[in-house]
Design a protein around this ligand. Sequence first.
Ligand code: ATP
Ligand code: MG
Length: 386
Amino acid sequence: MDAIKQSFYVMRALKNKNFEAYFVGGCVRDYLLKRDTIDVDIATNANPYKVMDITKAKPTGLPYGTVSIQKEKFKIEITTYRRDGKYTDNRHPDEVIPVQTIEDDVKRRDFTINGLAMNDSYQIFDYVGGKEDLRSKIIRAIGNPDERFQEDSLRILRAAYFQAKLGFQIEKETRLSMANNKALLQNLPNERVFTELIKLLKEPNQLMALKTLDATGISKELPGLEKGIRFIVDNMKEPIFIDAFFALSFTLHGSVPQAWKFSNIARLKYEKVVELVNRNQPLTNVDLFNQGLEICLLTNKVAFLLGRSSNQKRALEERFEKLPIKSALDLKLRGSDLITILNKKQGAWVSKAIDDMVNAVLEGKVSNTYEALQTYIIEKEAKHEK
Ligand code: ATP
Ligand code: MG
């Protein structure tokens, strides 16, 4: 609400020059729901150059008629009334067609609750039935849902996102249309789908939204996630963290699909978890040492959710804390010591012997002191020579 108050001056500046200006979209919805709003959107009939002249806004999306003012804690985006061609990213269609009225502007928007306009006297202008839907807690496409989802299929996921955020029901026709048009998600770059999915997973009513993705079959269009979503819907009472969501889904799926284009680090992490969960054996100190705490905790979480192990979180944290060594460099006997003690030439055997000492120390067979390791190595060498 504060963000709205602090944006009034922009509206008044435009009005003083005889232009129209309205708050639109999410900020009006959130204002009416008494929720905090971060970003403020303003629609106006002034063209972007006039807006920059009058408000000192900076060009941030001129092809779409958008200019912005960055405040310390929030952003004001001012967009000239428009209608949209096709969308390729979340907020910007490939071509925009200028329109004359706020009514035409709000009709291009996705859902009725996002189609409300408000002037600088907190008066609401509703050309799409948004007020009633807000009161009834309903997410409904503006106009013909098939047409709206065909224009921009990301709206299919946006419906689920707003459900996760607000806990609203999706109106029947809209929901049916989401299901019927779900295959169109394949036309979107995976990055856009991924971003929307992550947004959804961060919201409090995550489970409600995942249920929608499952029941409508939309989850089938999300590579490698269908089984995970089904499992979560059937078994979980509380939202799942994003990392666990992917790790669980890929374990059930059997692999990490290339489609999601994770960073190498993330991908290796999920692959390791899939491998460790499927190994079906308790995590050892050697696992903690080799994989680190994060991967072990994630593995435990997934195995626990799948009912394959008890929750070992605390135990793993404690064991990790108490590992006698955290790196091979912590060994009290070094590679150079090995060469002296055994009086052998440098070679591949050194790193093998270090691995061997690491495992022996982690498994508690030898304590990490120079003397104990020396004895261990000499005995081992003697056995080897026999
Ligand atoms: P959030 O709380 O996630 O920011 P929001 O409603 O503000 O919700 P934004 O993605 O910030 O959503 O978009 C601002 C407004 O722009 C929306 O309320 C909606 O009116 C319009 N809009 C955004 N994306 C689309 C889209 N893909 N199709 C149609 N209208 C859209
Ligand atoms: Mg927003």
